[in-house]
Design a protein around this ligand. Sequence first.
Ligand code: ZN
Ligand code: ZN
Length: 349
Amino acid sequence: MQAVVYAGYGEPPVLSDVPEPECPPDGVVVAVRATGVCRSDWHAWKGHEQVPLPQIPGHELAGVVTEVGPEVTRWQPGARVTVPFVCGCGRCEYCAAGEAQVCPHQTQPGFTGPGSYAERVVLHAADLNLVELPDAVGFTAAASLGCRFATAFRAVTAHGGVGPGEWLAVHGCGGVGLSAVQIGVALGARVLAVDVADAPLEAARSLGAQAVVDSSASGPAETAAAVRELTGGGAHVSLDAFGSAGTCLSSVRGLRRRGRHVQVGLLFGEGATPPIPMDVVTAQELEIYGSHGMPARDYPQLLGMLADGRLRPEDLIGRTIGLAEAPAALAAMDAPTTGTGMTVVELPG
Ligand SMILES: [Zn+2]
Ligand SMILES: [Zn+2]
C-alpha cells in the first residue's frame, strides 16, 4: 500500500510503497478516507517526541473497517468509524471505567505504531476505541475533529461544564482555541477570546466570540484584569488553549469566584510549572483541571452536535489535499501556521 514514511527524525517524509498492515487479534484494519495534518505529527517527525523509526505519521483519521481481529465483537468490515487520538489498552482499570484518555498503556497511531498518512492503518483494542460515524457526518469532518476539536469539546463540556449565558474565556486561538470558541458559542456561552495576533482574534469574532483581548503588549496580570473587566468580574470557565506559564496564569487570574480553569495546552520544560496562586484558588474556591484528549465514550454527544449542524468543525478546515501532497504539508509546518486553518488529507474510497 501507499504511505508517507520518514526514515529518521527530520529526514524528508516520502510517499512510498510499504507492506500491508497485519490485523491484531483485538484490533482492526481501517481503510483511511481522511486524515488531519497536525502539529503533533510535525513534533514527532522533528524528534521532539520519541517514536519508532521509520515511521508513518497521522493520528486524526476517519475511514472504513476492512479487516477485524478474532477477539473483536462489536465491529464488522464496512463500518464507518473514527477513533480518539489516545487509544486505550482495553484491559486496565481506567479503560474499564471508560477513561481511556489516561490509560497508562495507551497507543497512538503515528506515535506508538504506524499512523494514518496511509491507505490503511491498524487500530488496537477496537471494541473500546472505535467510534461509529452517523451517516450525516462525513469522513473529512470526522477527521478534522482530530485532536484539537475533540480535546476542546471535552475541556469545555466535561471539565468546564460551561452553561448558557456563562462567560468562557479562551486563552490562545490556534486550532484548539478556535474549536473551543465555536463549541462555547454553540452551547450558548458568552465567549471571550485572548491572543497576541489580529488574525486569530478576527477568526474568533467571526465564530461568535463577543469580546476579544489582544495580550501582545501585556503580562498575565494585565491580561487577567482586562478579562475580569470585560466579563463583569471574571470568566466562569477559562481555558489555557496555548500552553505556557503566562497563558496559564492569565487564565487562572481571569476567573470569577468559584470559576473553573482547564489546562489544555501542553506545557514543556521550565514553563511546565507555572506559579499558580493557590491562596486565591482556596479563597475564591477556584477549580483547576487538566484535560487530555477525549475518550470514545464521549464521542456520541459530540457527533450528535455535528449531525444536527450545531457544530461545524469543517469551518475550521483551511484546505484538503491528496496523500501525495502530505509530505510537503508536513514540511510546511517548519513555519508557523497560525490563522491558516487545518489541512486534511483525503483518500479515495
Ligand atoms: Zn487501559
Ligand atoms: Zn493532532
